[in-house]
Design a binder for this molecule. Structure first.
Ligand code: KIV
Ligand code: NA
Length: 273
């Protein structure tokens, strides 16, 4: 049997084509996305997307491990990156190392992502020096939603200089790539021009080296997705229609029929087996 070589942080950083990234949280979705994506991100957005939380602050290491395992099981080609959740790495480089090592050991993922710029440079360096490939995440940092004052565009005025400094220090610290979230276009463009590592944008700009979206947003499952999302399917509407059709079929006893039932007189599947 042919073995597929999985993308690694190194091979991702070496890609020159636009890098294709989507979030994934479950095995069946990872199976469907894997053939098309360079990376699958097990984002802590799962707290909001899968669990209905108001922010990502309540996501635990165990939740990230469970979903990280599911996505690794469902993929063979994409590089799987798992988010370090809030409170599991900000205290010290040592705490970050322990968390990253636990997540990688328990999931089999080959790298982690953490939010932060200058303030996380020492931590990124510490992890990278010890064999843990790190993806950075700058601009809007959802784990800092309370400090940001909400989910908003970042990088107006003086803020732009800080985000650019964040980008440079994250690269210098050894990150193999960096997510830029919800920044003004000129800022994402300037960062992408200055950095040699690939930038992955979400609500950032077409100038980024790659793009990431939350899969439920791009599939049209999320009720009110952020403005920067493009929906490539209408699964929310499909599911609504399917549930309505099912409900109707059950209530009218149109489902199940003999075809969907084992052992009824009209069922010949047992004989044919
Ligand atoms: O958690 C997440 O899904 C993310 C992406 C939005 C970049 O961090
Ligand atoms: Na995240």
């Amino acid at each position: 049997q042919q073995t597929v070589r999985r993308h690694t942080p190194r091979s991702i950083a070496a890609l020159d084509a636009p890098i294709v990234v989507l979030t994934a949280y479950t095995t069946p979705m990872a199976r469907l996305l894997d053939p098309h994506c360079d990376m699958l991100l097990v984002g802590d957005s799962l707290g909001m997307v899968v669990y209905g939380m108001e922010s990502t602050l309540g996501v635990s290491v165990d939740m990230m491990v469970a979903h990280g395992q599911a996505v690794v099981r469902g993929s063979e080609k994409a590089c799987v990156v798992v988010d370090l959740p809030f409170g599991s790495y900000q205290e010290s480089p040592q705490q970050a190392f322990r968390t990253a090592a636990e997540i990688m050991a328990r999931t089999g993922a080959g790298c982690v992502k953490l939010e932060g710029g200058q303030e996380m440079a020492e931590t990124i360096h510490f992890l990278v020096q010890r064999g843990i490939p790190v993806m950075g995440h700058i601009g809007l940092k959802p784990q800092a939603v309370h400090a940001h004052g909400g989910f908003r565009t970042v990088g107006r005025g003086d803020e732009a200089d800080q985000v650019l400094r964040d980008a440079l220090t994250v690269e210098q610290a050894g990150a193999f790539s960096v997510v830029i979230e919800s920044t003004l276009e000129p800022l994402a463009r300037a960062i992408t021009e200055k950095l040699s590592i690939p930038t992955i944008g979400i609500g950032a700009s077409p100038a980024c080296d790659g793009q990431v979206l939350v899969v439920d947003d791009m599939l049209g499952v999320t009720a009110t997705p952020p403005r920067f999302v493009k929906t490539f399917a209408s699964l929310g509407a499909d599911i609504d229609q399917a549930a309505a059709a099912y409900a109707q079929a059950v209530r009218t006893r149109a489902f199940p029929t003999a075809r969907e039932c084992v052992g009824m007189p009209a069922d010949h599947t047992a004989d044919n087996a």
